[in-house]
Design a protein around this ligand. Structure first.
Ligand code: FAD
Length: 465
């Protein structure tokens, strides 16, 4: 206990990992990232234990009818899915590398861009196929992760199960692990737009985190802020029942002219200010008197269980959505490989990136894959930040892979000694991304992907069926 309290980063990083390839690893979260991390750790011969505070596996895809009681999304509800949600990626690109996301006799929705229930079914099938369910401790929330003096981690958790069935009582316990893999997701802590005058604005406000169905907006004038895939979907969902929907988007003028199938849906530039008579004034001076705002403005990274270790010597810090410092979005250099983060990047193919990152982490933990020195990793992080600054990229885009996503995947593939990513996966992904913008109403049901490419995809995926 005393050494736990006094362990500093330096001691911790210097303490050698025990000379054995198999580590006992705590994985936090049993969403897509946590499940594939457990699978890759197992494959490498490690012994993962997965902590999941929900009653089932699947994370985001475990649809929760009950949104947070707070319309702006505070209050600890994890799920951010709305009832009508269908995937924004086609199956071929979305699935894990060697466990195809194809429609089969168990499918609840065989469409190429299926509803959320089908993704949950897929993740549950993945967990069963690779014997992961026995590793997952459900209804068990990790409340703190602290460094021990002997290069281990003490993971404390509360479990409803320990306290007995039907009980709300939670009992805190701790266990020691060689390594921790953080897979807690980053779509649960809402970020809101700053709007001048919003405190005096009389309307109703909601964050997309708390949005499930459109009924409450029937006959109303609604403003949607943000035009990411959720903003696009939710604006159309609400336009089906509302009187008018006005979407405030950060976009070039050409995009503003994009057509929509809904006669009651308009695009505007961002909001300039809110007024006490209910008006919203946009940056071009136009104004709309509205009943409600839906903030589709994204989420914040949050790791409440990490806290400040040893009086301020924290594992990472989060500032304007930059999780710092992380080598290649995964390892804090001074603590690598004993703690890692899976699934932080966005504007990428999520499941694929989770799997590649997990394979890298598992290989580094067993000593099969080498990491650069902590100093070299810190230099890499510093160079990355300098490059972002030079390009005028704000901190909040640190984990936005955007145009660099394939390069990042290839880098991981090379580290892990894996086969290169299939070309069709990328071509199909890029085509789907383009169609979201151009045809938000119909991209999930009408496509013109090259038939031979799709055939090739299904031939390749067939190898794993
Ligand atoms: P999550 O799925 O959020 O899982 C994290 C898990 O960690 C949760 O189960 C949570 O309960 C658990 N947890 C958190 N804290 C603790 C703790 N302290 N102790 C124990 N457990 C904890 N991706 C796609 O590929 N295609 C799509 O079409 C798509 N659409 C999306 C639509 C929406 C609205 C959203 C929000 C996301 C969408 N995504 C999509 C991205 C999606 O988030 C990823 O696909 C993926 O499911 C994220 O997985 P994850 O494991 O990183 O996080």
């Amino acid at each position: 206990k005393a050494s736990h309290a006094t362990a500093r980063t330096g001691d911790f990083a210097r303490a050698p990992l025990p000379p054995m390839p198999s580590r006992r690893v705590a994985v936090i979260g049993a969403g897509a990232a946590g499940l594939v991390a457990a699978r890759e750790l197992l494959r490498e011969g490690h012994a993962p234990v997965v902590f999941e505070r929900a009653a089932g596996v699947g994370g985001t895809w475990l649809y929760d009818d009950e949104a947070s009681a707070d319309p702006l999304g505070a209050g600890g509800v994890h799920g951010s899915l709305y009832a009508s949600l269908r995937t924004n990626l086609p199956r071929e690109s979305m699935g894990f590398l060697d466990f195809p996301f194809v429609a089969d006799e168990d499918s609840v929705d065989p469409r190429r861009f299926p509803g959320h229930q089908e993704v949950l079914r897929y993740l549950q099938a993945f967990a069963r196929r690779f014997d992961l369910l026995g590793l997952v401790r459900l209804e068990t929330e990790v409340v703190s992760v602290r460094r021990g003096g002997d290069a281990s981690w003490s993971v404390s958790y509360c479990s409803r199960k320990l306290a007995g069935a039907g009980s709300d009582l939670e009992e805190e316990q701790s266990e020691v692990f060689d390594a921790v893999v953080v897979c807690n997701g980053h779509f649960a802590e809402p970020r809101l737009a700053n709007i001048a005058g919003i405190d005096g604005w009389p309307g109703k406000q909601l964050h997309s985190h708390s949005y499930r169905v459109p009924d409450q907006f029937r006959g109303q004038v609604v403003i949607i802020i943000g035009y990411n895939p959720s903003g696009m979907d939710i604006s159309r969902d609400i336009a089906g029942v509302a009187k008018e929907v006005h979407v405030a988007i950060r976009a070039a003028p050409a995009e503003m002219e994009s057509t929509t199938a809904h006669a009651n849906l308009w695009l505007h530039p961002m909001i300039h200010r809110a007024e006490e008579d209910g008006s919203m004034v946009f940056q071009d001076g136009s104004r709309v008197r509205a009943d409600a705002i839906v903030h589709c403005t994204g989420y914040k990274y949050s790791f409440p269980f990490l806290g400040d270790d040893d009086g301020g010597d924290s594992v990472i810090t989060v500032d304007d959505n930059r999780v710092d410092p992380l080598y290649k979005h995964v390892f804090p250099p001074r603590l690598a490989p004993r703690i890692s983060f899976i699934g932080l990047p966005f504007k990428a193919i999520p499941f694929l990136v989770f799997q590649l990152q997990s394979s890298w982490v598992a290989g580094v933990l067993s000593g099969r894959i080498e990491l650069p020195s902590p100093e070299e990793m810190m230099q890499d992080v510093a160079a990355f930040y300098t490059d972002m600054e030079a390009r005028g990229r704000p901190k909040r885009f640190t984990h936005d892979l955007g145009a660099g996503t394939f390069e990042y995947e290839d880098w991981l593939v090379e580290r892990c000694g894996l086969e290169s990513i299939e070309e069709w996966r990328r071509v199909i992904y890029v085509a789907a991304r383009g169609r979201i913008r151009d045809r938000p109403e119909s991209y999930r049901d009408e496509w013109d992907d090259d038939a031979q490419l799709l055939e090739q995809a299904h031939r390749d995926l067939g190898k794993y069926l």
